[in-house]
Ligand binder design. Structure first.
Ligand code: SF4
Length: 241
C-alpha cells in the first residue's frame, strides 16, 4: 500500500478552496503555543481559524495554565499583526485573518480514563494513540456543535508523533461524529470533515522553532502527561552518565 502524503493532501485541499474562492471555518486543535505557531501562521491565510485548546493530558494543573496562557498570548500577537497590518518577519501576508479561541474543559480524569491499561507503554505507542483519539474526538464533536466545516490538529508538527496515526485518528473521529449526527438528524444534516495535515513538512517544524524564539514562547521539555515527564527526566539522567 502506498504511503499517504498528508502534506500534499492538505495542499490539494487548499488549492481546491482557493479555486472556488472559499474560506472554510476551521477548528484547529492545538497542543501548545510553540507547536501551533507555524500552523497558525500558515492556516490563517486560507481558513477562518478558531483554536481549540483541549488538553486534559497535561496532567499538572500549573503546567496546563502556563500552556494555555502562552497560547492566548500568541493569538493576541497574531491578531495585533492583523489590526496593525504589521507582518514583518512573517511568512503570512495581508491575507492573514484574525484567530479566535475556544478553551475546552480541563479534567485530567478524562485523560486517565482514556489511557487506562496503557500507562506504562513508552511514548509513541498505544497510550499516545488513545490520547490522540480522546482529543480529536472532542475536537470533532465541538466542530460539529459549533458549525465548523473542518477540524485538524497542530500535533502533526511534532517529529516525535506519527502523522499516519494522527491523521487516521482524525478521520475516525470525523466518521464517528458524522454517524452520530446522521442518526440524530438524518442523512441531509451538515457534516464535519477532518483536514489532513503533516505540518512538520516543508520546514514547518523548523519554522515553529524560529517563531517560538521570535515571540519568546515557553517551550516545555516533555509532551504533556506525567508519564512523558518521568520518561524525559529518566532520559536526562541517563545522558548524564
Ligand atoms: S506522551 Fe503525549 S501524546 Fe502520549 S499520552 Fe502522554 S501526553 Fe498524550
Amino acid at each position: 500500500m502506498n504511503k499517504r502524503n498528508y502534506y500534499k493532501e492538505l495542499e490539494n485541499k487548499i488549492d481546491e478552496f482557493q479555486k472556488n474562492n472559499e474560506v472554510p471555518k476551521l477548528l484547529l486543535h492545538v497542543c501548545c503555543a510553540p507547536c501551533s505557531s507555524h500552523c497558525l501562521e500558515f492556516l490563517r491565510q486560507y481558513f477562518d481559524v478558531t483554536v481549540f485548546f483541549y488538553n486534559p493530558n497535561i496532567t499538572e494543573d500549573k503546567e496546563y495554565r502556563k500552556r494555555v496562557a502562552e497560547e492566548k498570548r500568541l493569538i493576541e500577537e497574531y491578531n495585533r499583526q492583523v489590526d496593525e497590518q504589521d507582518f514583518e518577519g512573517m511568512h503570512s501576508d495581508a491575507k492573514a485573518r484574525k484567530i479566535s479561541i475556544i478553551e475546552g474543559d480541563y479534567d485530567p480524569k478524562e485523560y486517565f480514563e482514556a489511557v487506562k491499561g496503557y500507562e506504562d507503554i513508552p511514548e509513541g505507542g498505544e497510550r499516545c494513540r488513545k490520547c490522540f483519539e480522546l482529543r480529536l474526538r472532542k475536537t470533532a464533536e465541538t466542530a460539529a456543535k459549533e458549525g465548523f466545516e473542518y477540524f485538524t490538529t497542530s500535533l502533526t508538527i511534532s517529529p516525535l508523533k506519527n502523522a499516519d496515526v494522527l491523521n487516521r485518528a482524525g478521520e475516525e473521529a470525523a466518521d464517528y461524529i458524522n454517524a452520530a449526527i446522521t442518526e440524530k438528524e438524518g442523512s441531509l444534516a451538515r457534516k464535519v470533515f477532518f483536514l489532513p495535515s503533516d505540518f512538520k513538512k516543508k520546514e514547518g517544524y523548523k519554522r515553529s522553532i524560529e517563531l517560538s524564539c521570535r515571540f519568546g514562547l515557553y517551550r516545555q521539555e516533555y509532551c504533556g502527561c506525567g508519564f512523558s515527564k518521568a520518561e524525559r527526566e529518566r532520559q536526562k539522567e541517563e545522558n548524564k552518565r
